[in-house]
Design a protein around this ligand. Structure first.
Ligand SMILES: C[S@@+](CC[C@H](N)C(=O)[O-])C[C@H]1O[C@@H](n2cnc3c(N)ncnc32)[C@H](O)[C@@H]1O
Length: 240
């Protein structure tokens, strides 16, 4: 299957046009096209108010709060909502949140060197919420060690996005919180790690991204993975 970038002006219809593709649009507009109770798992990494250079709408949490009720509407009766979130603003994820808290997952990166109020931070939080009573697909462990280089995937090389998440970690989450052929949805796709992880696990998927350069990047990763040339070379360069 070839994965495509769609515009809302192309009169796209849900779900046939959406599945397998990236819709290049403001998530708050595009989600109005998604049918009620049609999504099995939402996994996302929203703008979380850190004013991160290169991330649109990162000045505050307004986009996150605006999309929460819509996510609740489009998700199936028993489903998982998984979100990366900054440790700095962690309590704010529970404000006006229509989902029920389930668990916290941690990405531990021993080689990370992120300056923070405590000194150096080496972990990233992911919060798991639920709607109804979804079942775990696979029992799992809540701390995963993953040490990609900064903006580097061992098997893809440099990922030209300010905050790409390691797809192996996202695969670990999706193995636990979705099943084969479930529809996985990410309203803030970025470089496309969540969609690529869903593809590699044989889930159906779609996502939204507001910046056309990131839509192109995500689509290119979906269409070109696994790399056919020099992928071994990339691995050895990264692991040195
Ligand atoms: C934290 S990044 C996601 C990174 C992603 N998880 C990855 O692995 O590359 C958030 C993304 O949301 C996008 N974004 C911001 N506001 C948006 C909106 N209203 N609709 C859709 N995408 C938006 C930004 O352009 C950015 O790429």
């Amino acid at each position: 299957m070839t994965h495509r970038i769609l515009q809302l002006s192309d009169a796209v219809r849900f779900p046939d046009d959406f599945l397998g593709n990236v819709v290049c649009a403001d998530a708050l507009d595009a989600i109005t096209q998604v049918a009620d109770e049609s999504v099995g798992t939402v996994i996302t990494d929203p703008p979380y108010g850190l004013n991160k250079k290169g991330i649109k709408n990162d000045a505050d949490l307004s986009v996150f709060y605006s999309i929460l009720p819509e996510l609740h509407r489009v998700m199936k009766k028993d489903s998982w909502f998984i979100s990366f979130f900054s440790t700095k603003h962690m309590p704010k994820i529970f404000v006006n949140n229509p989902f029920e808290y389930f668990w916290q997952m941690v990405l531990y990166s021993p080689e990370a060197f992120v300056m923070s109020p405590i000194g150096i931070t080496k972990f990233m939080s992911v919060f798991v919420f639920k709607k109804g009573n979804p079942k775990l697909n696979k029992r799992t462990c809540d701390i995963i060690k993953d040490t990609p280089g900064r903006q580097v995937e061992p098997d893809e090389g440099f990922i030209n996005h300010p905050t790409p998440k390691p797809k192996r970690f996202v695969m670990h989450l999706l193995e636990a919180f979705s099943s084969q052929n479930d529809v996985v949805f990410d309203p803030f796709v970025g470089s496309g790690s969540s969609l690529l992880a869903a593809k590699l696990l044989n889930r159906q998927f779609f996502g939204f991204e507001i910046e056309s350069k990131f839509c192109k990047l995500a689509c290119s990763r979906l269409n070109n993975f696994p790399l056919t040339q020099n992928s071994n070379q990339v691995v050895s360069m990264v692991s040195r």
